[in-house]
Design a protein around this ligand. Sequence first.
Ligand SMILES: Cc1ncc(COP(=O)(O)O)c(C=O)c1O
Length: 390
Amino acid sequence: MVGVLERRTVKGAKNMIPVCEPLLDEKELAYVTDCLKTNWISSKGKYIEAFEEGFARYCDCKYGIATTSGTTALHLALASIGIGPGDEVIVPAFTMIATVFAIIYTGAKPVLVDAEPDTWNIDPAKIKERITDRTKVILPVHIYGHPCEMEAIMEIAGKYHLWVVEDAAEAHGAEYRGKKAGSLGHLSCFSFYANKIITTGEGGMVVTNNDGVAQKARLLKDLAFSTEKRFLHLSIGFNYRMTNIQAAIGLAQLEKINDLVAARRRNAHYYNRLLKDVPGITLPVERKEAKNVYWMYGILIEDEFGLSRNELMVSLKEKGIETRSFFYPMHQQPAFQEMGLFAGEKYPVTEALAQKGLYLPSGSGLKNEEIEEVCQTIKEIRGRILDIPK
Ligand SMILES: Cc1ncc(COP(=O)(O)O)c(C=O)c1O
């Protein structure tokens, strides 16, 4: 079995420290086996309801609507509040592409805002200048697990009568001023992909306190089946149904979410301690009003380090340490350039993050010795290049 009992190796490599891997144990096995033994393998069954209710409660929200992925959760959320052609949605230039894809699926136009240099989240001070008569939504993304500056964002949204849809795909358990990510906007979207803090393999969820939106999301995710006459459909729906098997994994994961979040935070604090004196490395922050869950432990490699981010990644890989570079800026994505989007736009903070950022192994199952090995290797690589005596 994978996870706690036996570590998988990455792409067949021996002794590689992976960037992330899920932690599964007997609980997931027991719940999935229950689905198989009872024949409840599709999108009805007790685990769906239990997972939706349990995760919504964990986020301090009334409703949870499980979906097939974080991407479909984002699309469903936007569709449920009626976003479509002619509308504009404000979104960070520094994010994972699924956030912007979801806006494109609705026919609305994504409007980009640069990132804050320290949290790497959407910069609230730059939102107002992007608002037009067509703006309907602000879509903040809690990048790598640090919550956005939601007070400022909600204030702008209130003033201009905009929806706030949180992309909390990377931020299970994160908090802002003591409130959970997911409960900070009008509705929120999570991903349960295998590298997320809790996983269902593939999967996602929309959470909200809004009765009408929850009802609409539930309808649209299931092909908009009418409740009165089966096979009579009053609107265009989608099949974004999570299976009972996925929800069974999700429920088992939810039962240990506090431990999984605590492990992410413990790892980050240990990395911070071991890397804080290395010149040329900028560490991730945790603002005083925030609880960062460090979904991924990201760092910036500055000029002073002596090697570029890419050179460091190659050297770490040679030493058996897997890393990932930060996201490419949205305005530089060929998929959007081809559509004529974002032509000539510049987002200097996002561009710098994309060049300098990488994340180190960050899974909840990471051992202290592995963190020590990663940090020692970074120091050795730097020492070797700069000829610094150890
Ligand atoms: C910020 C963000 N939004 C959305 C997604 C999409 O989630 P999924 O891969 O489950 O579709 C991801 C996935 O990693 C993400 O990081």
